[in-house]
Ligand binder design. Structure first.
Ligand code: O2Y
Ligand code: MN
Length: 606
């Protein structure tokens, strides 16, 4: 049982280090939230939006150097570098603490230190975890209120849960006596550190006020630290959406989806089906925590209580439910502002305005070469505002997982959907997923695949090989009949002319329907070298705006390309070192054998 004097002692110790002018314990109430926002407006750090158009909403604008997660400044400071593995930045924990302590010394001078008690996961869930974040950013405190269960109730729950994950955050911009603050205080890149100490379940973040760097409940706790806890306690912390899908007969299932950033996780979680009678509802759009109950089945909770979604590209056409979620009580970051004080970004509905204030707070007209909103502009909103929120979204017992989707952006090779042959084969699929590098990514590797196992590469708090082994170990605790099937989906196949072959968005419900029916044993599939593929008539194509031949092509397995794919996966595994589990090499070998056998058969027929 945690003693509150332990918590107080830590808060005092950090306050002595950071020297804030004031310590403020957040109670999580609506009144407090409104007061914090008013204070930020008074300090000229936020602008209130037009109450007739966007009631209760505010816009913030970051420093141009602080606009996204900083992977090259994110560290896993385990004692042994081999525990962080080849995909993480590592520093010795004592050395990193020494460097960071010298930065934290006096870093909150002239500022208020907010003490934020927050809960990741529903109250009363066996998996939920408490975090306490100390921060000198009012913007962060307001965002945490929307993104987590935050406040007094969490301190009460601490009596039951007994422990918390401490997180210290400073924007790294102390104020001298009488010094005027800037709109978005932050530190230069070389002084930014997003540090995780997995052996102590400790998070230290310095120098950035933006998103994943600063809202410590999200990527730092609910993924990096949680992956370590999950490994040790036999559960899973994953970068996955959770959706509920209901068929016309009223039967529901829950499906998870692991996709890298910019692959439409939020859109899929809020999808509006184009097939009559089917319904999709949202449980979560970014993170899922999974555990196996005594029945041998996997259950999931969403540890978050809000969305921190990419605004750019969001419209009534691409995601009407997201647009309805952000009608009010929303925090916008780095969007453009219209002359009547509403928000705007590239890809939003309607014509391009003749004049805007851009995300750098400068005048903007369509002649300008720059975008008006930053590409990583965001909305923060409570999940409760989602019009298609599933009733089960915060039930402590979680939701039963029927299927897990994995996928990325692959213009070639990967069919629209294929089903795993077994749990281990599904883990193999997850281990090789990734997206093709495009000109939009600054790289000399255009055309190659950037692999991102289970979309977790930036978020695994330990060695990637051990992480994949943990997936296999979870499966070994149950049996195939009880485990969810894993499906590799690819909405991003292109034809020879470079056009997307699949219409995507609401039409993805056609693939979800096939998966739903596979789980029920009523949909048909062909066994191929790479897994089960829908038979020609198994995908519901009523009203689908595309040629049937294109669907055939989307479901084709190109054996020559897959032989190359296998080589590329083998080369990728080598880069990850010798901890890649033998079982995954076995899956790779079996896939290669099946492909070779198929080619031999083909040649015999010729
Ligand atoms: O740029 C940021 O700090 C946000 S990162 C983010 C936010 C919401 C959901 N996912 C992500 C991500 O990078 O995966
Ligand atoms: Mn994410």
């Amino acid at each position: 049982m945690i003693r509150y004097d332990q918590l107080n002692a830590w808060v005092q110790e950090m306050a002595v280090l950071c020297e804030p002018d004031e310590i403020y314990w957040c109670d999580g109430t609506e009144e407090e939230y409104q007061k914090m926002l008013e204070e930020l407006v008074m300090q000229k750090k936020a602008i209130p939006l037009n109450p007739l158009k966007r009631p209760g909403s505010y816009a913030f604008f970051s420093d141009p150097s602080d606009v996204a997660r900083v992977e090259n400044r994110t560290f896993i400071a385990s004692k042994d570098p081999n525990d962080a593995g080849p995909t993480n930045n590592w520093m010795d924990p004592d050395e990193l603490k020494k460097v960071m302590k010298s930065l934290y010394k006096g870093s909150m001078k002239g500022r208020k230190m907010y003490v934020i008690p927050y809960m990741m996961g529903p109250f009363g869930s066996p998996l939920s975890k408490i975090g306490i974040q100390l921060t000198d950013s009012g913007y962060v405190a307001c965002n945490m209120r929307l993104m987590t269960h935050m406040g007094r109730d969490v301190l009460k729950e601490l009596e039951t849960i007994g422990s918390f994950v401490p997180g210290l955050h400073s924007v790294g911009y102390p104020l001298k006596d009488g010094q005027i603050d800037v709109m978005w205080p932050s530190a230069p890149i070389e002084k930014k550190f997003i540090a995780h100490f997995p052996e102590e379940n400790l998070i230290w973040s310095y120098g950035s006020g933006y998103g994943g760097n600063a809202l410590l409940g999200k990527k730092c706790l609910a993924l990096r630290i949680a992956t370590v806890l999950a490994r040790d306690e036999m559960w899973m912390a994953e970068h996955m959406l959770i959706l509920k899908i209901t068929n016309p007969e009223g039967k529901s299932k829950f499906i998870l989806g692991a996709f890298p950033s910019a692959c439409g996780k939020t859109n899929l979680a809020m999808l509006v089906p184009t097939i009559p009678g089917w319904k999709v509802e949202t449980v979560g759009d970014d993170i899922a925590w999974l555990w196996m109950k005594d029945d041998g089945r996997l259950y999931a909770i969403n540890p978050e209580a809000g969305f921190f979604g990419v605004a750019r590209g969001t419209s009534f056409e691409s995601n009407s439910n997201a647009m309805m979620s952000i009608r009010k009580n929303t925090i916008f970051t780095n969007v453009a502002i219209t002359d009547d004080q509403d928000v705007w970004w590239e890809g939003i509905d309607g014509p391009i305005p003749n004049h805007l204030m851009d995300w750098k707070c400068e005048d903007w007209t369509p002649e300008k070469k720059t975008t008006a909103a930053h590409p990583n502009c965001r909305f923060t909103v409570s999940i409760k505002q989602c019009p298609v929120l599933a009733d089960e979204w915060d039930q402590p017992e979680g939701v039963l997982v029927s299927a897990i989707l994995v996928g990325g952006r692959r213009p070639t090779t990967i069919p629209l959907v294929h089903e795993s042959l077994s749990w281990n084969h599904g883990v193999f699929m997850g281990s090789m997923m990734g997206s093709e590098i495009t000109a939009a990514t600054i790289s000399d590797q255009i055309g190659k695949v950037r692999r991102d196992p289970f979309a977790m590469l930036p978020f695994i708090g330990y060695h990637v090989g051990d992480y994949l082994k943990h997936w296999l170990d979870m499966g070994a605790r149950s049996n195939e009949a009880l485990l969810p099937k894993i499906y590799y989906v690819n909405w991003f196949r292109k034809d020879d002319g470079g056009h997307y072959m699949w219409p995507g968005f609401g039409h993805n419900s056609r693939v979800l329907k096939w998966i739903f029916e596979r789980c029920d044993g009523t949909a048909t599939a062909d066994l191929t070298s790479i897994g089960y593929i829908p038979t020609k008539d198994a995908i519901d194509i009523r009203g689908l705006p595309m040629q049937h031949e294109a669907l055939d092509k989307l479901l084709e397995v190109d054996h020559d390309l897959w032989v190359e794919e296998v080589k590329s996966i083998r080369a990728y595994y080598k880069t990850l070192g010798d901890k890649i589990p033998r079982e995954l090499y076995d899956e790779l070998d079996k896939c290669e054998l099946r492909l070779n056998y198929h080619k031999e058969q083909e040649q015999e027929v010729k």
